[in-house]
Design a protein around this ligand. Structure first.
Ligand code: F6P
Length: 554
């Protein structure tokens, strides 16, 4: 029975016990003292590679901490787990599937087998199909029903069929090719639909229905609405093939919807939705930045894959990021993990990382079905800097909760304006520094005295100005946000999430938790709309349904 099916309570490992003892020592650890005693600390706890600088020196760690964490990674069988992930073993045990998003960025000539079938020819066939489509649209060869070229593409999809494509495209805005604008229709709220179509001309619009299952309510309802809109704008059934394509693993359902078979880009069950931007789900990215830049994105991810596969754990960025996350979640009781990009085009990047991390590791049982006794995936949140400094950084600096932080910042700005980028970069570094240094009571009192405050005023004000400090953060510095570096960054987080799932012994690739809401949704919908509805299971839901029925005039 493979390792990931065997009951694995990581807390029973001697490496976990050793970390528990080590924590007793480390809870008194002070980063400020560590930096003052060791001028080589940055050098010892930072890594360069894959067009990234990973500074993890501002963490509550010593060399011994890293050694103990790396031993944990070894003792949970990470080496074998990593090999199984890349080789197509069914690491997604509950769905009996592989998780081969890494295959999507492997070069020509590589082979990856599932049930003795090499999947790489089809992977590259789809890349070729994507290239054909992107080129025909960019070269104005693809014509709409009035023979006009396509100027706008609407991606109809939600979750992984939306977030990754949208946020990578947004991150790569400076690389956008002129001539094609991508829009995203995800939610079932009619306001979003109206907002998107308001600026569209049906003659020059292509809809991409992106749905691995081709069974997601929001996506199907939006696709139907888009088709009705298309007809209302003068399109006809015979024109659908020019204006609707699909990306799905459910070809039958896509054809039944009315998508021409030749317009369907295949997906596979061995690619999870939140890991699928590298597949044809990434068409909006390719249409935005061009196929050569899309292949640069793949190359960047491949570069990180090789680093993850080959670097020793103590010099392995995703492994170290994962271990630090376990150290804070499971030993320091970190309440959440904040990801703060100091880059306008990455302002919403955390939304993709939320699904990637929280839908992968928001689990309560191990792969063998046994209940977890420790915390698994953290709450991932964040937002763009400097804006966060004027919104929630107060809590990070003086709040009562232990929250670890990743700062992300490029050296080169996509849009230099005077010395703005130097200030942006300075703010990013100073926030990380302030979290670590803080300001103690003596420093506050000296500062207030120098400003002429009286002893009485100082005694009153000082406690409010003290900042505890000693709060950890990682800083990821990109040379610039490019297709290659962004591909590496996304893959870094994918592998971090995977490593944590192996340590906790959970399945990062299923998402059974989202099923119940969908099931209950149908009963509530009927409660809202049926003439003689069946009473709801509980009086809260029934009360809320009644309020709707009494106030809705739709
Ligand atoms: O949230 C559940 C989920 O299945 C995600 O994992 C997925 O990315 C999203 O819904 C959309 O699924 P599909 O691509 O099958 O429409």
């Amino acid at each position: 029975m493979p390792y990931y099916i065997q009951p694995q309570d990581v807390t029973k490992l001697s490496a976990w016990q050793a970390l528990t003892e080590h924590y007793q020592l480390m809870k008194k650890f002070d980063m400020r003292q560590a930096f003052s005693e060791n001028t080589n600390r940055f050098k010892e706890f930072s890594l360069e590679g894959c067009e990234l600088l990973f500074d993890y020196s501002k963490n509550l760690i010593t060399k011994e901490t890293i050694q103990l964490l790396v031993k944990l990674a070894n003792d949970v069988g990470l080496t074998q787990a990593r090999a199984d992930l890349f080789s197509g073993k069914f690491v997604n045990a509950s769905e009996n599937r592989a998780a081969l998003h890494t295959a999507l960025r492997r070069p020509y000539g590589d082979q990856v087998f599932i049930n003795d079938v090499d999947i790489m020819p089809e992977v590259h066939q789809v890349l070729h199909q994507m290239t054909e489509l992107v080129n025909s649209i960019h070269n104005k060869l693809w014509r709409g029903f009035t023979e006009k070229p396509i100027t706008d593409v609407v991606n109809i999809g939600i979750g992984g069929s939306f977030l990754g494509p949208m946020l990578v495209s947004e991150g790569l805005l400076p690389f956008a090719q002129k001539g094609v604008t991508c829009h995203y229709l995800a939610n079932i709220d009619g306001s979003e639909f109206r907002e998107v179509v308001a600026e569209l001309n049906a003659e020059t619009t292509l809809f991409i229905v992106s749905s691995k299952s081709f069974g997601t309510l929001e996506t199907l309802k939006n696709a139907q609405a888009a088709r009705h809109w298309f007809f209302a704008q003068g399109g006809t059934e015979k024109d659908l093939a020019r204006h609707f394509i699909a990306v799905s693993s459910n070809v039958k359902a896509a054809v039944e919807f009315g998508i021409a078979k030749e317009n369907i880009f295949p997906m596979w069950d061995w690619v999870g939705g939140r890991y699928s931007l590298w597949s044809a789900i990434g068409l909006p990215i390719a249409l935005s930045v061009g196929m050569s830049n899309f292949k640069e994105l793949l190359a960047g991810a491949y570069m990180m894959d090789q680093h993850f596969l080959t670097a020793p754990f103590e010099k392995n960025m995703p492994v170290l990021m994962a271990l630090l996350g376990v150290w804070y979640s499971n030993f320091f009781n970190a309440q959440s993990h904040a990801i703060l990009p100091y880059d306008h085009n990455l302002r919403d990047f955390v939304r993709h990382l939320q699904q990637l991390d929280m839908e992968s590791n928001g689990k309560g049982v191990r792969q063998d079905g046994s209940p977890l006794t420790i915390d698994s995936g953290p709450i991932i949140w964040g937002g763009v800097g400097c804006n966060g400094q004027h919104a929630y950084h107060q809590l990070l600096h003086q709040g009562t909760r232990f929250i670890s932080v990743d700062f992300i910042v490029p050296v080169v700005s996509a849009n230099p304006v005077n010395n703005h980028h130097q200030w942006l970069y300075a703010n990013c570094l100073s926030q990380s520094q302030a979290l670590m240094l803080g300001k103690n009571k003596q420093q506050v009192e000296q500062e207030l005295t120098a400003k002429g405050y009286s002893a009485e005023q100082i005694e009153k004000l000082a406690p409010h100005k003290v900042i505890a400090g000693n709060r950890p953060s990682n800083t990821l510095v990109l040379e610039r946000v490019s297709p290659r570096s962004l591909g590496a960054l996304v893959a870094l987080y994918e592998h971090k999430v995977f490593v944590q799932s192996v340590i906790w012994g959970i399945n990062a690739f299923d998402q059974w938790g989202v099923e119940l809401g969908k099931e209950l949704g149908l009963a509530v919908y009927k409660g809202l709309t049926d003439y003689q509805p069946t009473p709801a299971e509980d009086t809260s839901t029934q009360g809320l349904i009644n309020y709707f029925r009494n106030h809705h005039r739709g």
